[in-house]
Ligand binder design. Structure first.
Ligand code: SF4
Length: 171
């Protein structure tokens, strides 16, 4: 199958994030353990497109991506930190229940992908938080410092969570 030019995949993802997903599909053809997740995920994304289109017909614009900042806490203190530049004095964060409810609502409306942002999202038990959403795709933006062998093991068991690493230097 010519994934690069396959219109099915373009429809499934509304053209967004298509390149990353294509890479995942290509990887899945080489690593069999990815295949069940990829099949579930493609089915989910196809249904999400249908839900978004239905909502659009009723005048409700549903974004493909939900971006949610799940914590203000971080184990670093970068000079150019956007989060810290907000000078948030109230330390309150969404509770686990609130985050799960927001993701459920976004799933039911037809969002396909969730960006997990911080602070540093790995300061929370992210694997427990999104365990009921195995069909969705979660892009986890992390400074990577909390990733150890145990966390790598959890990523291997939770293929729906894709770590996106950023390297923060002294400047
Ligand atoms: S790692 Fe990210 S969230 Fe943490 S201080 Fe640096 S820029 Fe801010």
């Amino acid at each position: 199958m010519d994934i690069k030019n396959n219109s099915y995949f373009n429809v499934v993802f509304d053209g967004a994030l298509i390149d990353d997903f294509k890479k995942l599909v290509l990887l899945g053809t080489k690593r069999f353990r990815y295949i069940p997740f990829l099949i579930r995920s493609i089915k989910y994304q196809r249904n999400a497109v249908v839900r978004r289109k239905k909502n659009e017909e009723s005048g409700i614009q549903v974004p493909l991506v939900l971006a949610i900042s799940i914590t203000n806490k971080c184990n670093l203190n970068c000079v150019g930190c956007y989060q810290k530049s907000q000078k948030i004095t109230n330390n309150s964060e969404f509770t686990d229940e609130e985050i799960i409810r927001i993701i459920r609502e976004s799933r039911d409306l037809g969002s396909g992908i969730v960006f997990l942002l911080g602070g540093e999202p790995l300061m929370r038990d992210i694997f427990g938080l999104v365990s009921e959403f195995k069909d969705m795709i979660f892009a986890l933006y992390t400074n990577s410092l909390l990733i150890n062998d145990e966390v790598i093991g959890k990523f291997k068991k939770n293929l729906h969570i894709l770590p996106i690493l950023s390297m923060e230097g002294r400047n």
